[in-house]
Design a protein around this ligand. Structure first.
Ligand SMILES: *[C@@H]1O[C@H](CO)[C@@H](O)[C@H](O)[C@H]1NC(C)=O
Ligand SMILES: *[C@@H]1O[C@H](CO)[C@@H](O)[C@H](O)[C@H]1NC(C)=O
Ligand SMILES: *[C@@H]1O[C@H](CO)[C@@H](O)[C@H](O)[C@H]1NC(C)=O
Length: 402
């Protein structure tokens, strides 16, 4: 009888144990606000209540550290995850050091690899649910001087690239998240945009449950030989007002098409830029011009432009993707014309010169109020096109907790 009682209690306690474990359910995703910096037209991501430059192609998180920061030995797993070309050993193998780059100025510096705990909000895709601490996140210590020309609020750089120690890569493995993240950049400082790390839904229109991930088109992500941590896609062509822009053969394949939030506006290599500007000028020949406003070349009299739900009424631009059904990422006035001083709005694409690394670097302005899903598990990019068509914006995530 006594034995039976003991056995009974054992089973009873085991049941409680199992229930306690089951009641701390797996985290579906983390959520963080994205803020536009008016001065630089760049964006910051807020993690652990600090802001970092939103850097889609950066290899890892970096910021200045205290002088007593822990270092990471060269023999460690963390050091091994950094790609060889970027690291070296110092202090007799006790400190793994990485080469860091400010993506805005191109300046470089060396920094110790270090480990930090970060706090972020988990989400069910509707609102933040609870704070979670992610322990031992690999980041790097940068000299203060490496912050030059970043938004004033940025304490460092949040590298979200494809490498082994980028922030998303670490969050996927530490929290067993679905291997994907999404960003939605705001167009104003009035309401923050949003980043999700992990699986959807990604609800954007409170209180109506609307999962913006359900309206995405997809194209394959490929590896860039020149920048392996960058998100690179393939385009088969560019059209303005549904007419193909005549580009030199193979121009878009040479150097590829990358997405880069450290570029405020899309940069086109000269051989793509010239025919593109000519095509847009032709398609808008009836609209009164204004003097150029650097860095833009083709500018219009704003009062003479019509306005629609998707921004200024100008010729749409199709980025015609390759693979995944060959869908178009269509850029309308809200993402093609930037308002500059006074009565001037300019075509917000810039000349990258002959030596630009990519044929096209899609910049942040062209991503505003679009949901972009970087699906590493399936090696594909999901893009929504402008959310204005479905009457929402990137500023419509409900950041107030349940
Ligand atoms: C989590 O979300 C709440 C509610 O919006 C916010 O007050 C808090 O600062 C967030 N925590 C972090 C670490 O971002
Ligand atoms: C993509 O854009 C091109 C050029 O405007 C057009 O001819 C084609 O029909 C579009 N494709 C789709 C799937 O909408
Ligand atoms: C811009 O267009 C408006 C309305 O058509 C016109 O009144 C104004 O003079 C134009 N401005 C310039 C600088 O051409």
């Amino acid at each position: 009888m006594a034995m039976n009682l003991q056995a009974y209690f054992l089973v009873f306690f085991l049941c409680i144990l199992v229930q306690v474990q089951a009641s701390s359910p797996a985290i579906q995703a983390l959520v963080a606000p994205i803020t536009k910096d008016a001065k630089t037209s760049l964006y910051t991501l807020s993690i652990a209540n600090r802001n970092y430059l939103l850097d889609l192609s950066g290899p890892l998180l970096w910021s200045p550290c205290s002088s007593t920061h822990p270092t990471v030995p060269c023999s460690s797993e963390e050091c091994a995850a950094v790609s060889g070309a970027q690291k070296h050993c110092s202090n007799g193998g006790r400190a793994c050091t990485v080469r860091l780059r400010n993506p805005v100025t191109g300046e470089r510096a060396a920094g110790d690899l270090t480990l930090a705990d970060i706090v972020a909000n988990a989400t069910d895709g509707k609102t933040p649910t609870s704070e979670v601490t992610v322990r031992g996140v690999v980041s790097s210590c940068a000299p203060d001087s490496l912050l030059r020309l970043l938004p004033a609020a940025a304490a460092g750089d949040a590298g979200l690239g494809r490498g082994g120690v980028s922030l998303p890569t670490q969050l996927y493995s530490k929290l067993s998240l679905k291997r994907q993240f999404a960003v939605c950049l705001p167009s104003t400082a009035a309401a923050p945009g949003v980043a999700f790390f992990g699986g959807g839904p990604y609800n954007l229109m409170p209180p109506t449950p609307f999962d913006a991930s359900t309206i995405l088109s997809y194209t394959d992500l490929v590896r860039s030989p020149t920048n392996p941590s960058a998100y690179t896609i393939q385009l088969r062509g560019i059209a303005v007002n549904q007419e193909a822009v005549l580009l030199p053969p193979g121009a878009l394949a040479r150097g590829g098409v990358t997405l880069d939030t450290a570029a405020p506006y899309t940069v086109l290599r000269r051989d793509v830029y010239r025919p593109f500007i000519a095509a847009f000028a032709k398609a808008t020949s009836g609209i009164p011009r204004m003097p150029r406003a650097r860095p833009f070349e083709l500018c219009f009299n704003r009062s003479a432009l019509g306005f629609t739900r998707v921004g200024y009424a100008v010729a749409p631009i199709d980025l015609m993707t390759l693979g995944g059904g060959g869908r178009n990422w269509t850029v309308f006035g809200s993402n093609s014309l930037a308002q500059v001083a006074g009565d001037t709005a300019c075509l917000a694409f810039v000349d990258g010169g002959r030596a630009a690394r990519s044929a096209v670097t899609v910049g942040a302005f062209q991503m505003e109020n679009n949901l972009l899903l970087f699906d590493e598990a399936a090696s594909r990019l999901g893009f929504s096109g402008t959310l204005f068509f479905i009457r929402t914006t990137c500023g419509n995530f409900n950041f107030a907790r349940h």
